[in-house]
Write a protein that binds this ligand. Structure first.
Ligand code: NAP
Length: 472
């Protein structure tokens, strides 16, 4: 076989599937994994694609197998393992070679690595890849950060392996250094919010209405044909309708209610807080996962207080289900508005000039939050690239006007019944806060001035003022 055109380190779930995707798209690839047996098994199972794959047992063999200048993709566990691969490669690579970290890196690590390699002659690309195992194999959404020049050298391959939305590749250059990994982080943050709001709707139907998992699955399956059409709606319907072969029970009923998390949701919230941008729906979702993890404590608290959940005050079940659909839709609009606002702030802060319309476009297929809805978001940002908030896009104003009363109805109904809906509540509170020309921060300012002489602005005069505290 001729020399490989690209290399890949890390044949775990994502790396193995990405390597097969690259080979299948006609790019000969050299692969290496720390545990050699995994490389051997991967090659043995590659079938017809074997003639496009060079299995390597060392970094030296990997580097020798690729035609210079070499693009090498690292797809290992995020964190120190990435630094270890870079250190090993640095010794062996030559000027113009490109190291591409395709894992879920914290964008601050990506910025550091980008800077560290700046004077080495090598280039660094931080690349967010979304779509899980299936996406990696058949077309993920790819978010690239680096230099435009290094991107140009790999864009043909990335376009080829990425998902396609109506024929358009879901892969794009988004900005320098950590831009790609930052956007991937916010993608995951939005994913957390989306999943949590779906789980809350499931909770309302399960605990408030008494519906079974397959019945709720039917509702989601129906919604998947309408405004909530998305991958997450689709898989929610499927998992709710699945049966456990061992017990014959619906699968969701035999799964422990303790959610895992790997960090990207939390990073989204931390970065949003750092920049002073509300990301309360994402934050509620992260917190809900953390609370879910405290299973024993929750059980003890239920013994003390009782679960407190009651059936909903229900007049018409079908009407409630229609309201839930609109409520979830309104919640999504709030969550996505927050996610895009966080990206806009980061774009200013880090000088990335993030193309919001392109981001929405490359999320339309391949990634976990892919949906019809993202096509509408892309269209709004395309019409107005300087849109301050999705909630102010004319098309979304119309959608939100028709959907927010349902969100209010569902949140208040759930709250009355003692059903926790933290993300939906946060979405509603954000909307209500966002649309208030005069809020209540005047009182906060008065308090701050009272105890700390921080001063306040007056509505009727310029400058900094103090209150007449202590006068009576
Ligand atoms: P995985 O199946 O657990 O595989 C981990 C890979 O990392 C293996 O190849 C492993 O090598 C390697 N590795 C771990 N520690 C290492 C070290 N110290 N030195 C060298 N190699 C090391 O993980 P994955 O799901 O493919 O995830 C890989 C990356 O993609 C992560 O950053 C993850 O967050 C990201 N990601 C995952 C998904 C997903 O849905 N799974 C989606 C998007 C992004 P050994 O075989 O030798 O252990």
């Amino acid at each position: 076989m001729a020399q490989a055109e690209v290399g890949l380190i890390g044949l775990g779930v994502m790396g193995a599937n990405l390597a097969l995707n690259i080979a299948e798209n006609g790019f000969p690839i050299a692969v290496y994994n720390r545990t050699t047996e995994k490389t051997e098994a991967f090659y043995a199972e590659a079938g017809d694609l074997q003639d496009k794959i060079v299995p390597c047992e060392s970094f030296e063999a990997l580097v020798a197998a690729i035609r210079p200048p070499r693009p090498i993709i690292i797809m290992v566990k995020a964190g120190d393992p990435v630094d270890q691969q870079i250190a090993a490669l640095k010794e062996l690579l030559e000027a113009n070679d490109i190291i591409i970290d395709a894992g879920n890196a914290n964008f601050r690590d990506t910025q550091r690595r980008f800077d560290d390699l700046k004077d080495s002659g090598l280039t660094f690309i931080g690349m967010g890849v979304s779509g899980g195992e299936e996406g990696a194999r058949h077309g993920p959404s790819i978010m690239v950060g680096g230099t435009p020049e290094s991107y140009d050298r790999v864009s043909e391959m990335l376009d080829a392996i990425s998902a396609k939305y109506k024929g358009q590749p879901c892969s794009a250059y988004l900005g320098t250094d950590g831009a790609g990994h930052f956007v991937k982080t916010i993608h995951n943050g939005i994913e957390y919010a989306d999943m949590q709001m779906i789980a809350e709707v499931y909770g309302v139907l399960r605990d408030g209405v008494g519906m079974t998992a397959p019945e709720i699955g039917d509702v989601f399956a129906r919604w998947d044909n309408g405004r909530l059409d998305s991958y997450l709606t689709e898989i929610t319907a499927k998992v709710l309708k699945a049966t456990d072969p061992e017990t014959g029970q619906p699968v969701p009923d035999i799964i422990l209610d303790r959610a895992g998390q790997k960090g990207t949701g939390r990073w989204s919230v931390i970065e949003a807080q750092q920049m002073g941008v509300p990301a309360t729906v994402i934050e509620a979702a992260v917190a809900a996962r953390s609370l879910s993890a405290a299973k024993a404590e929750r059980e003890a608290a239920e013994d003390v207080y009782g679960a407190g959940r009651g059936a909903l005050d229900l007049l018409d079940r079908d009407e409630l289900i229609d309201d839930l659909e609109l409520a979830l839709f309104a919640g999504k609009i709030s969550a996505y508005a927050q996610g895009f606002a966080v990206m806009a702030a980061a774009s200013d802060e880090f000088g990335w000039n993030l193309p919001m319309d392109t981001i929405a476009k490359i999320w339309r297929a391949g990634c976990i939050i892919r949906s019809q809805f993202l096509d509408d978001i892309a269209a709004s940002f395309e019409k107005d690239r300087d849109l301050s908030n999705l909630l102010m896009a004319p098309d979304f104003v119309a959608m939100m006007k028709s959907a927010h009363p349902s969100l209010r109805h569902i949140v208040s109904t759930a709250v009355k019944a003692g059903i926790a809906v933290p993300a939906l509540s946060a979405a509603l509170a954000y909307f209500d806060g966002y649309r208030q020309g005069r809020g209540t921060a005047n009182l906060i300012q008065a308090q701050r001035d009272f105890f700390g002489a921080h001063s306040f602005e007056r509505i009727d005069a310029e400058g900094a003022h103090h209150g007449p505290w202590g006068l009576d």
